[in-house]
Design a protein around this ligand. Sequence first.
Ligand code: NAP
Ligand code: SF4
Length: 705
Amino acid sequence: MTPADTRHGLYPHLLAPLDLGFTQLRNRVLMGSMHTGLEDGRDLGKLAAYFRERAEGGVGLMVTGGFAPNIAGWAKPFAGTLSTSGAARRHQIVTKAVHQAGGKIALQILHTGRYAYHPLAVAPSAIKSPISPFKPFELSARGVERQIRAFVNCAVKAREAGYDGVEIMGSEGYFINQFLAKHTNHRDDAWGGDYSQRMRLPLEIVARTREAVGSDFILIYRLSMIDLVPGGSSWDEVVTLGKAVAQGGASIINTGIGWHEARVPTIATSVPRAAFAWVTKKMKAEFATAGITTPLVTSNRINTPEVAEQLLADGSADMVSMARPLLADPAFVNKAAEGRAEDINTCIACNQACLDHIFVNKLTSCLVNPRACHETELVYHPLTDSGAPKKRIAIVGAGPAGATAAAIAAERGHEVHLFEAAGDIGGQLNLAKQVPGKEEFHEMLRYLRRRIDTTGVRLHLNTRACAEDLLAYDVVVVATGVVPRDPKIAGQDDARVMSYVDVLQGTKPVGRKVAIVGAGGIGFDVAEFLTSEGHSTALDLPAWLAEWGVADPAQAAGGLAPQGPQPPASTREVTLLQRKRGKLGDKLGKTTGWIHRAALKMKRVRMEGGVNYERIGEHPEGAGRRAGWGLAITRGEGRADPQWLDCDTVVLCAGQISQRSVFDELQARGRIPGQDLHLIGGAFEAGELDAKRAIDQAARLAARL
Ligand code: NAP
Ligand code: SF4
């Protein structure tokens, strides 16, 4: 395939159509499968609205979140299933919405096997997975046959429902993968044993599905190209399966990276962009040698049209899969096609409102786009549509909450004045972007700046608005954010004690031995910042692969380096402390907390909970210890003799408190007739403050002003 076409502007490869013979895709963007929570239950109307918006946004082919082919394959009790004609009829609302918008959509068939979170789980062998409490039942040979028939039936029902195809989920450690790997398949019948027997299951599923659905139906197979688990498939095995699946009837082969139980991050923000595209590229070379032309899709941490175009241009793949980037911006493809890439709301790979929600059974959304999966309820109606009056609105504070509210209100047609005391917008985002592995925050700032520019917000930088300045507005929104909490530790007024703001802004020198007071998100970020010493492996793929012990799967089965993780050395000694007992970082993201903890452990950061901060200062020589300076702590209730942690810098990361003096001042004056006053973001509530809540609150307010 040589897709380069000069008609497609800046992204000729990305925007070139893909001809599958019986059908054409309008471009090379595959919206990867992502469970949203809208799949579960009988009413799929909201799922239809969600996909309609993405089809209108220009995506070439979309894949739904996983639907189980039967009850045994459920991810959790009563998960979305497609196995009957009645269910197929209910799905038509989705397929019709997508087709009306000019899009194409495939249904993902997901059988979770031993990953199932319910007691009816089945697997090749009765071996419990590390990520589900339920031990699966070992399938009999007839049971295996029943699962194959369920896959085929599901595909037939998908066609009946109007889908353009199906994706057979063969990666991420789910049911099919469990048959492929020796460590999860201990069978000695025709479905176990050597690789030719272990790979029979996917081949039977693909062949029988193709036979049942006919030749004019898209069949995507998601192939686990690098398992990232001990005992994972060898490269020879992956290539053998890939070729056999292609020759056995798959229309497209998608790339799966890592099993869910893998201890290597694969999609978090600290993973370099396109970190695994080289694996798909290896497969492309194998296919080329064998004369196989089945299109290959590459995946993981591809979030801009530039990166996607580059991958296609350098021959890494024939299509790119993006899932979260299309949650963040449904119009991603159209904006790229119109040469407006700077208007794309970029996914920052935080997982905070998408995957973290799914793991606690909450509906998915998106931190940077609260409308995702809420398309029918959060609508930004222009004033011209609703006939609502145009208002003069003052928004104080241009952090994520203020900037979001301003852009939405202005876009709807209001006159919006945004006041910011600093010389730039962004508030706390300007600190977050300094943290190695959080570079994507630059994109969020770029997008917010662009929104302010294009929606006509009148931005007043370096302007500290006071109550007096705000009296003449119809609406005042106070979004003045937070200030660091003062932990009031005796001796903290020493020059060697500083706040995280000083550290992340680089305004004060930090020593080699550091104690960090407070182990919330910011304590972890500061520890990462200090031990990375200016080098971010998120921007250095070879260093990142070494850090997490990822190897070429052709050299090491499963792609795990035999020498294990090799983190960059840090000469800083950092101790991270909290008063609560128990594990540090337990409030970090559900799907990312383990990565932060593992990264700091690799850099030998000492972590301790259950401490009391007694004082900071000089201590005299004492039992086996020289005189020095540091932080005195005690442990537990007893408050026995303090132990001195010798260090040369103490960083305070003790959380934040709301900054709301303007709001209090306005309230103290009494209500101004005709004026509405609102408080949002960190200024509204600092505890557990995060950008997700701030942006969501701002968007919902701006939608109804
Ligand atoms: P935080 O998460 O609330 O953590 C504050 C830390 O300070 C806690 O470890 C707390 O633990 C300690 N602390 C509270 N009061 C203290 C006091 N009086 N004296 C000493 N220590 C005290 O706040 P944050 O770290 O500033 O983060 C702010 C927000 O940004 C949070 O919602 C956080 O989740 C979010 N954030 C998230 C990430 C992420 O990676 N997802 C990264 C950065 C920030 P003890 O009370 O046990 O000592
Ligand atoms: Fe991307 Fe974060 Fe939005 Fe998920 S919540 S789609 S990771 S920006």
